[in-house]
Design a protein around this ligand. Structure first.
Ligand SMILES: Cc1cc2nc3c(=O)[nH]c(=O)nc-3n(C[C@H](O)[C@H](O)[C@H](O)COP(=O)(O)OP(=O)(O)OC[C@H]3O[C@@H](n4cnc5c(N)ncnc54)[C@H](O)[C@@H]3O)c2cc1C
Length: 277
């Protein structure tokens, strides 16, 4: 259990692991996540279930090395075991009702958007995909997304591949130029991207689902670390989400909360232990 059976380097800082865990593979649905811990003194970090294979009993995670734990995780190899691997956690995504969808993945958010697009495609829905990143080096899964999308668009900030600009430029075109009405948008990526998507879809009154990568500790609703405000209600991303109605999310509060521990994180990331302390 929890053995890494496949490792792929998708970009210099983004890695994909296929992990043996038949229990989680049997129950996982799009939108859910796992919490893992690499060693006894390690912190617990949440990562989205980027794919699962019920027959093989495997679960795929894709992560960006941003700090201490993800850098240490990235050093593991095929055959290594992850000490704790708990899930599936969170509520599976309920996409807005309809037939025609746009699925948007930004940066490492491409990993969680893939199972969403795949699930919609499996249900016979029309899916237009938009993938975005800073440059072509940080993009991945174009082929996989291509297989589950009727149309796939790419946007890069530097124009190294696809449209030069933001995913929201393409979204606007799809909404305004297309003869097909879009019934729902699912967006996963950095908070400013999801906020920008929702600013557009709000204008056109298109139901939108986003996935919130809140700071999270226990994943069971006990600690309150992943508190989010949805409309006028307080919710916890770990047990009520992480997918929420994007048109109701208080993004500014989320951005403030994500910055809360920046100083402490930098202290840990800046140390020379190589992830050992
Ligand atoms: C439900 C859920 C699903 C997630 N799925 C994925 C996934 O599939 N792939 C993936 O790469 N990451 C995902 N994340 C984010 C991931 O958990 C964090 O990147 C990880 O906890 C960082 O740990 P660290 O010790 O390496 O970095 P830290 O030292 O904790 O942080 C380093 C830097 O990353 C920033 N950071 C930390 N946590 C987050 C966060 N949650 N969102 C945005 N920036 C953050 C910090 O502000 C800091 O600048 C998910 C988060 C949640 C809540």
């Amino acid at each position: 259990m929890n053995t890494i059976v496949l490792k792929e380097v998708l970009s210099p800082s983004i890695k994909k692991y296929v992990i043996d865990n038949p229990d989680i593979a049997a129950k996982a649905e799009a939108g859910q996540f796992v919490i893992l811990r690499i060693h006894e003194k390690g912190e617990r970090i949440p990562l989205t279930i980027a794919d699962f294979n019920r027959e093989n009993g495997t679960v795929t995670i894709i992560f960006q090395e941003v700090g201490n734990t993800t850098k240490r995780l990235g050093k593991l190899e095929v055959g290594d075991k992850i000490l704790d691997f708990v899930g599936p956690l969170g509520v599976p995504t309920t996409p807005p009702e309809g037939k025609n969808y746009v699925c948007i993945g930004g940066g490492v958010g491409i990993a969680p958007i893939y199972p969403e697009a795949k699930a919609l495609h499996k249900q016979g829905k029309q899916v237009k995909g938009i993938l975005g990143g800073r440059s072509k080096e940080v993009l991945f899964y174009e082929e996989e997304m291509g297989k589950v999308c009727d149309e796939l668009h790419i946007a890069t900030d530097d124009g190294s591949v696809g449209h030069k600009g933001f995913v929201t430029d393409i979204l606007k075109e799809l909404i305004t130029d297309d003869s097909v009405q879009i019934d729902g948008v699912i967006a996963v990526g950095p908070l400013p991207m999801m906020k920008a998507v929702c600013d557009i879809t709000k204008e056109f009154n298109i139901p939108t689902t986003v996935s919130l990568n809140s700071l999270m500790v226990d994943g069971t609703g006990m600690c309150g670390g992943c508190r989010v405000t949805i409309g006028n209600e307080v919710k916890f991303a770990c047990i009520d989400g992480p997918s929420f109605d994007g048109l109701k999310v208080d993004f500014d509060e989320q951005m403030r909360r994500l910055r809360m521990y920046r100083e402490e994180e930098q202290k840990v990331t800046g140390c020379q232990c190589g992830g050992e302390c």
